[in-house]
Design a protein around this ligand. Structure first.
Ligand SMILES: Cc1cc2nc3c(=O)[nH]c(=O)nc-3n(C[C@H](O)[C@H](O)[C@H](O)COP(=O)(O)O)c2cc1C
Length: 182
């Protein structure tokens, strides 16, 4: 499978079998994430891999909401990769002036995609989630309150072999050479 095929094959998998995800596979995916680039190589993340069944059950509770019927599929996830934003700032500079921003979130986005692609390559389904109770997850995993927690990856072997069609804007709407379209 070449890289474009791997990118096309990855999808947000939201149904899982009850087969556990091995520690070797979780380590392999985390290794891919740790190879991701980051601003000034700050690597501003900690990745908490959750595979202990009791802890998985507790994280499932915090990532799903029965009343809002939100992310209920996480109750079947067999493992989680929780990306903690360590907030190690690298403040970009524009001609000597500090820009009021840092790159930790985009760095973590890159690491997350690398993790999901390696999971796909190993036949493991993944879904990035941004909607969850961050305070609850922090409590379960002992993550200090002041740390950032924006994204979690849910993991498990796909229960369904049908892969949804990719729904992406056509390239000619988003890709341009040399100047912004008029
Ligand atoms: C930052 C981010 C947050 C997301 N949050 C959720 C979420 O809370 N629940 C969910 O079911 N999917 C979530 N997704 C998955 C997106 O809906 C999905 O990536 C998008 O629809 C494209 O589909 P695909 O991943 O199957 O290609 C999130 C994706 C990203 C990148």
């Amino acid at each position: 499978m070449d890289f474009i095929e791997l990118m096309a094959a990855r999808y947000s998998c939201r149904s899982y079998t009850d087969q556990p995800v091995s520690r070797e596979d979780l380590d392999g995916c985390a290794k891919a994430a740790c190879l991701a680039p980051s601003a000034r190589n700050t690597q501003p993340w900690k990745i908490i891999l959750v595979n202990d069944p009791e802890t998985v059950a507790a994280v499932r509770e915090q990532t799903s909401d029965e009343q809002l019927h939100l992310n209920m599929f996480t109750r079947k996830a067999m493992a989680f990769a929780v990306f903690v934003n360590e907030g190690i700032p690298y403040t970009p500079v524009d001609r000597g002036r500090m820009k009021g921003d840092n790159y930790t979130k985009s760095d973590i986005g890159g690491a997350i995609l690398a993790f999901c692609l390696e999971a796909q390559r190993r036949g493991i389904g993944s879904c990035i989630i941004g909607s969850f109770c961050a305070d609850g997850v922090k409590k379960v995993l002992g993550i200090p309150e002041e740390k950032g927690l924006d994204l979690i990856i849910t993991l498990g072997y796909p229960a369904d072999s049908t892969v949804p069609a990719k729904n992406r804007r056509p390239m000619d709407e988003v890709v341009f050479y040399n100047e912004y379209p008029g």
